[in-house]
Design a protein around this ligand. Sequence first.
Ligand code: HEM
Length: 300
Amino acid sequence: EADAESLVNALNAVFGAHDGVRAAHTHGFCVKGNFTPTAEAASLSKAPHFNSKTPVNLIGRFSMGGGNPAAPDFQKDNVRGIALHFDIGNGNTTDLLMISAPVFVAKDPDQFLSLLTAVATKDKEKIGAFFQANPNSTRQAQWLNARPVPASFATVNYWGIHAFTFTNAEGKTQVIKYKALPVAGEVGLTDEEAKAKDPDFYRPELAERLAKGPVQFTLTAILGEPGDPVDNPTELWPEDQRKSVTLGTISITGTEDDKTCDAGIFDPTLVVDGIEGPANDTIFPMRSAAYAVSFGRRAK
Ligand code: HEM
């Protein structure tokens, strides 16, 4: 049975164990900025960052999925990530992690461990047999392969994957999924353009963009309806048939020393009053435990 240690070991078996770095989303960099909530955000959640009258400071990190420290930025079938620490005062943060696909590759920790174990063999037959037996694990790559390589971390949509429950000041609850949409619009590269890029092109690209002004995303809550799956992160919600509420604007204003982001973990379970994680999605709590194991190893 999968646990935090076995999952991090399995990530290391696939991508190599590299000293001093994350076991996953290894290739990335740190940024800073702020979040300004809309008036509507408060109608959904009493969380402090959704009710603030002034911009809420944040630290963020953009990353490529997987544990390869040199994961090429032009790879199509890999997710881009954005991780955020919202400063909610008194030294406390609440975190939000999103990836550039609406689904994850496994429905539960055991399936993720089996996937990583199969991939680590590098045996085409074993890997093929895994995906044959676990078609839900192929959805993320299918989704990414049907779209262009993002031209920038600033020009792609990101999803929070898990279903969270918001509670407002009146005690009203609503199940949501987070989605962040780039204010610069979705911009992709042709396969030719992607091929010509440096494997590390995103970092200088973003620095250049930030020199001209903030990089912004509209953070939205897709409103779940009865029957929408809330415990399986490989299941899509029919989001074009769902209402969504704009929660606010994420504004990335500059780069930040990577040490700031490496000093701890971005923890998806670090929520705050007004936000609750999914109760029966077993991936959700396992992430927190696995990130702690990864941190313990890289902080040595
Ligand atoms: C059981 C399933 C999962 C495991 C075992 C896992 C494992 C990891 C590990 C070990 C790290 C590095 C932690 C650190 O050293 O700070 C990480 C980072 C990350 N993961 Fe996961 N992950 C899982 C599911 C997910 C899901 C569903 C998402 C979707 C949002 C996600 C998004 C991210 C992002 C964006 C980062 C980068 C955080 C940063 O920049 O510091 N992961 N993951």
